[in-house]
Every structure is written in structure tokens, then in C-alpha cells.
Design a protein around this ligand. Structure first.
Ligand code: ADP
Ligand code: 5GP
Length: 195
């Protein structure tokens, strides 16, 4: 296993807009040892996003070069853009004995699972219903209307993949959801310490 000692690797996936980025950031803030694995993407930055913090923003050519050089543990095309997790990012976090959070989609989760040297805890976050998901996507107000529609359209397909996860948590009330995710993380850490 690459994650030795008691460090854990948590995958958080969800239909877009369900709240996984919000939850990941809350975990990173409260639990100092947790770091979010910063992904690479060809998506354009949103107004509040910072290169190197929220994502490493690349051109399509730069991203395709990295694919060719086998620099990713996983990568996928989502809503017309590339997203990927670089090996370098993960290995650096492991070297520092960090716990790692992956905010990635179901395709990425599937690919990461094939790397048997990574011991993953996979959590799927669900919105209470589709209408609330629509509200959140609109409220976030950082994507154009057609982008919101595209993300909403993928909802049913995203739901099909929840069966591949170890835990499913509904994000209705944010604090309640956050507590549940924390409980899962704490118990997984304890399990690792005892193994
Ligand atoms: P994702 O990363 O899954 O696409 P975000 O974390 O960006 O989703 O959340 C989408 C929007 O929903 C954001 O505006 C966020 O503040 C809001 N949000 C997240 N959780 C809740 C919640 N429990 N109740 C209401 N709004 C929420
Ligand atoms: P967004 O554009 O809203 O930031 O992200 C869109 C989707 O891409 C989300 O489901 C998010 O989890 C996913 N995503 C972000 N980074 C990665 C990554 O490195 N790999 C994969 N497979 N998905 C990612």
C-alpha cells in the first residue's frame, strides 16, 4: 500500500452541484492533516477560482501532453473538458503523510480503484432531490445556463454509479451531512490504526 501508517485516502463524488467541494473544503479547514488533491483541468476558471489552489488550469494541448507522458493516476472528459489527478500531486501529499481528499467524478473513482496500491474510502454525496440540485446549481451562479442544464441532465446517469461507493450520504442540511462525513473519516482512520 502506498498510504502507509494511518493516513487515509477519501474519494468524494456526487452529481455536480450536490455540495462535495463545499464539504471537502470544510474538512480541509477543520482537519489540518487533510489536503485536497488539486486536480488538473482544461475548464476555464470561475471568477473566484485560483490557479494551483482550486485547480491547475491547463490548455487542451498541455493536458494531452500529460496524458501521453502517463502523468495521471486517472483522467476523464466531463462536460466537454478534461479533468485529471496527477501522480506527482498524490505522491507529494503521501510523502508528507497527509490524509488525501479526492473531489472527482465516478469515472475517476473507478480508475483510481484499479490502482490497488491506493487504499480508498469512497463516499457518494447525494442532493435531497433534483429540484434542490437545480437550485444549488443556479445559486452557485458561476456557470452559464446551458452549463447548468448539461450538469442537471447528467444527474440520473450519475446516480447509477452510487453502488460503486462504500458510503452514501445525503446533503440536505450541510452541517448534518458534514458530521456524517466526519464520522466516516474518523472511523476509517481508527480502522487503519488498528490494522
Ligand atoms: P459540487 O462541488 O458538488 O459541484 P458545490 O460544493 O460547489 O457542489 O455546491 C453547489 C452549491 O450548493 C454551492 O453554492 C454551495 O454553497 C451550495 N450548497 C452546498 N451544500 C448545501 C446545502 N446543504 N444546502 C444548501 N446549499 C448548499
Ligand atoms: P467542476 O467543473 O464543477 O469543478 O467539476 C466538474 C466535475 O469534475 C465534478 O464532478 C468534479 O468532482 C469532477 N472532477 C474534478 N477534478 C477531477 C479529476 O481530477 N478527475 C475526475 N475524474 N473528475 C474530476
Amino acid at each position: 500500500m502506498l498510504n502507509k501508517d494511518d493516513s487515509i485516502m477519501v474519494v468524494l463524488s456526487s452529481p455536480s452541484g450536490a455540495g462535495k467541494t463545499t464539504i471537502s473544503k470544510k474538512i480541509q479547514q477543520k482537519h489540518q492533516n487533510f489536503k485536497i488533491s488539486v486536480s488538473h483541468t482544461t475548464r476555464k476558471p470561475r471568477p473566484n477560482e485560483v490557479d494551483g489552489v482550486d485547480y491547475f488550469f491547463l490548455t487542451k494541448e498541455q493536458f494531452e501532453n500529460k496524458i501521453r507522458n502517463n502523468e495521471f493516476y486517472e483522467h476523464a472528459e466531463i462536460f466537454g473538458n478534461y479533468y485529471g489527478t496527477s501522480k506527482k500531486t498524490v505522491l507529494n501529499l503521501l510523502k508528507n503523510k497527509n490524509d488525501i481528499l479526492f473531489d472527482i467524478d465516478w469515472q475517476g473513482s473507478k480508475q483510481l480503484s484499479q490502482h490497488k496500491e491506493l487504499k480508498l474510502t469512497k463516499i457518494f454525496i447525494l442532493p435531497p432531490n433534483k429540484e434542490e440540485l437545480r437550485n444549488r446549481l443556479i445559486q452557485r451562479n458561476q456557470d452559464k445556463q446551458d452549463v447548468v442544464s448539461e450538469r442537471l441532465e447528467s444527474y440520473e446517469n450519475d446516480l447509477k454509479h452510487q453502488k460503486d461507493y462504500d458510503f452514501i450520504v445525503i446533503n440536505d442540511n450541510l452541517e448534518t451531512c458534514f458530521k456524517k462525513v466526519e464520522e466516516i473519516i474518523n472511523s476509517e482512520k481508527e480502522r487503519n490504526q488498528n490494522n
